[in-house]
Design a binder for this molecule. Structure first.
Ligand code: NAD
Length: 425
């Protein structure tokens, strides 16, 4: 068992960054991490907060707040998504940047960790307002961006169109087109085949490996997916196509259930047409929270952080939790799930398919030479399978859970890079 460092406050009242630091402390202990390296990783390298005006369509000017955080750049340029969400905060962005440092190291791609966010609700902004907000935020944080410096990508509330505006704004500031400054772009401006599906595809690949290791298989398994955005909808579709029975999915408006399995192709078409899952004809409605405690083989949280907590973890009946979202399980919930023999495949492995294909997109952009979707998917498969195997190996060697093992692999690689480079000056 991992020894638990003394906490200054109860875990469940911690914010995401407290939780990230707690996870780091657990692995530092286990790895016997050098004290100075631990101190470095506890602190993001640089953080920028920007307050900026946007002209709204009703003639008023509204102020917005945004952030960009670089956590650690020892292994390469900063990489991490941009989140548009009303409740995002500097601490949330710090935690997400820290997780990106670990994630990039776990899949062994040459990036450091970063994240960005704007406190806003994109659903209530008009398209011109969203474009103006994106362009102004990009201009404000442009001092941190660049293909060799910091390469953003989509996250909650952002998408390929927003990446296109970021790429265009940065290119206008530079005076020439710079495709490699952002990933998750549309194909028309240098995006990669397979990037939209990459995170969901990685989730299903890792689920397959985890089930296989336990003598089970995806085909015939029952699955519940929380969140039906970029990650959740693709994961649900690929589980469905791999022969799993996806019995429940949810979005911010509600959840739908069909014990015989939902037709995810039809559900995707329905949600595209109506903007919601709710009311899907071949399903019954259910309370969104109930999805997390359904008796399924595989549970995929693919919405936001802190969803499986000390309050509901004991009621989780899935055998496997595959973390599509970042930070969906609190440390207290982790302990409860472990006690109940639930295998949790942590975010830093399970959802690393997105940043892996973002890496491929960046490489393709720098070379101006583009790969087929089959090539992208084959390379993604290789990296995800290797990362899961290395994490599983570390779990066996250190006799620990997969999250601690993933941190041992990821933080271990970052520590090795810090030690090789030394501390300047
Ligand atoms: P998204 O904005 O495309 O979708 C989010 C989904 O979650 C939406 O369907 C929304 O309705 C739903 N949702 C929000 N609150 C909910 C709630 N309380 N209950 C149920 N559903 C809820 O975002 P995304 O890109 O799919 O990201 C989802 C998660 O995956 C985030 O944690 C993100 O950081 C993580 N992630 C995303 C990527 C990526 O490539 N997009 C990569 C790695 C990790």
């Amino acid at each position: 068992m991992t020894s638990q460092p003394v906490l200054s406050k109860p875990i469940e009242s911690m914010n995401s960054f407290d939780i990230a630091r707690q996870q780091l402390a657990i692995v530092a202990d286990k790895l016997n991490l050098n004290h100075d390296v631990h101190e470095m990783l506890k602190h993001p390298k640089r953080e920028l907060t920007v307050n900026f005006p946007v002209s709204m369509e009703n003639g008023t000017v509204k102020m917005f707040t945004g952030y960009r955080v670089h956590h650690n750049l020892t292994r390469g340029p900063a990489k991490g998504g941009i989140r548009f969400h009303p409740e995002t905060s500097l601490d949330e962005v710090r935690a997400l940047a820290f997780w990106m440092t670990v994630k990039c190291a776990v899949v062994n791609i040459p990036f450091g960790g970063a994240k960005g966010g704007v406190v806003c609700d994109p659903a209530v902004l008009t398209r011109p307002e969203l474009e103006d907000l994106t362009r102004r935020y990009t201009t404000e944080i442009a001092i941190m961006l660049g293909p060799d410096e910091d390469i953003p990508a989509p996250d909650v509330g952002t998408n390929g169109q927003i990446m296109a505006w970021i790429m265009d704004t940065y290119s206008m500031l530079k005076g020439h087109t710079v495709p490699a400054v952002v990933t998750g772009k549309p194909l028309a401006i240098g995006g990669s085949e397979g990037r939209i599906e990459a995170t969901g595809r990685g989730v299903v690949t890792v689920a397959r490996e985890a089930l296989q290791a336990a003598g089970a298989k995806i085909s015939g398994s029952s699955v519940a997916v929380q969140g039906f955005g970029n990650v959740g909808s693709v994961a649900a579709l690929l589980f469905h196509r791999a022969g799993a029975k996806v019995v429940a999915v949810s979005d911010v408006q509600g959840a739908v259930l069909n014990k015989r399995g939902l037709d995810i192709d039809a559900l995707l078409a329905y949600s595209k047409r109506t903007g919601s899952l709710v009311g899907f004809p071949e399903s019954e409605p259910m309370p969104a929270d109930a999805l997390l405690t359904l008796p399924v083989d595989v549970l995929v949280p693919a919405a936001l952080q802190n969803q499986i907590t000390a309050q509901n973890a004991a009621a989780v009946r899935a055998r496997f939790v595959i973390e599509g979202a970042n930070g969906p399980t609190t440390p207290q919930a982790d302990i409860i799930l472990r006690g109940n023999d639930v295998t949790v495949v942590p975010d830093v492995v399970a959802n690393a398919g997105g940043v892996t294909v973002s890496y491929f997109e960046w490489v393709q952009g720098l070379q101006s030479f583009f790969w087929t979707e089959a090539e992208v998917n084959a390379k993604l498969e290789q990296i995800m399978v290797r990362a899961f195997a290395q994490v599983q190996e570390a779990a066996k060697e250190h006799r620990c859970d997969l999250r601690t093992a993933a941190y041992i692999v990821g933080v271990g690689r970052v520590a090795e890079a810090i030690s090789a480079r030394g501390i300047y000056p």
